[in-house]
Write a protein that binds this ligand. Structure first.
Ligand code: SF4
Length: 261
């Protein structure tokens, strides 16, 4: 709590004596008399100036839930030569022991997966490490329709594509998620996605590591699955399991290197 000095036992000015006025102002601002606690101090902000007058701040403990260590500061003023005391302002301030919010954190660092709602726009920053510059169709193919078609097929034409860091992080999330090899579904599956007819591999460098499940009866239908995930709806599950399932060792898919975008 801020040390505003001892409360004068014998108020020496109308401002120091106006504790009740200050308390009433604090209670009115708070909207609940019960959240304005004991009178803590009276600190002179400005002594009797012949031009500016006198200013003094009374402090009251705050008993607002969630505002431990805060206090109500009520500033009173008196014009030169006047006896009338007026209320300048009422504010709730943090004391030395107050619970405070953490330092400001940029919004894009505060966001968490799932925070994005319908209609929200989440622009990526220029230095987003998950993205790197790419070739655009306009770079080399502006006058060549065939080259443009090939470039489009390869996925070029975008200003930025996922960086190695971004792709690696995505694969790590997928591998550790519900549709990765460590899930209980995968551990009891008759075979891995990598040998399933419903497995639709991703394009690009992650082709050998992940894809989408296209089986309407599978829990992962429409989701990204890793090649070593699997479920009971495996396309070969009705056949002789021993023959149909080729155990896919994740080590066979070297995902540590991504050579293609
Ligand atoms: S049906 Fe099961 S095994 Fe086949 S791709 Fe989908 S999740 Fe993988």
């Amino acid at each position: 709590m801020r040390d505003n000095g001892p409360v004068p036992e014998t108020p020496s000015s109308p401002l120091a004596a106006a504790v009740d006025l200050a308390r009433a102002a604090a209670e009115e601002t708070a909207g609940d008399p019960g959240v304005v606690g004991e009178h803590l101090s009276a600190a002179s902000e400005q002594a009797g100036d012949p031009v500016l007058g006198e200013v003094l701040t009374h402090s009251f403990a705050s008993t607002l839930p969630g505002y431990v260590g805060w206090y109500w500061a009520v500033t009173l003023a008196r014009a030169p030569g006047e006896e009338t005391v007026t209320v300048d302002e009422v504010v709730l301030l943090p004391g030395d022991e107050a619970l405070l919010a953490p330092a400001w954190v940029p919004w894009h660092e505060r966001l968490r997966p799932g925070d994005l709602s319908v209609g929200d726009v989440l622009p990526s920053t220029e230095d987003d490490p998950r993205l790197v510059p790419s070739y655009t169709v306009e770079d080399d193919t502006a006058d060549d329709p065939e080259a443009r078609a090939v470039a489009t097929e390869l996925g070029l034409g975008r200003e930025r594509v996922m960086s190695r860091e971004g792709r690696s992080a995505a694969l790590t999330r997928w591998t550790g998620g519900d549709f990765g090899p460590r899930s209980s579904m995968a551990r009891h599956a008759p075979g891995p996605c990598g040998t399933c007819g419903f497995f639709l591999p991703l394009a690009g460098s992650l082709r050998g590591a992940a894809g989408a499940c296209g089986n309407a009866y599978a829990p992962a239908e429409g989701h990204v699955v890793t090649v070593d995930y699997g479920c009971g709806a495996h396309s070969q599950a009705t056949l002789v399991a021993q023959e149909a399932t080729e155990v896919v060792n994740s080590a066979r898919y070297d995902t540590s290197e991504f050579d293609v975008l």
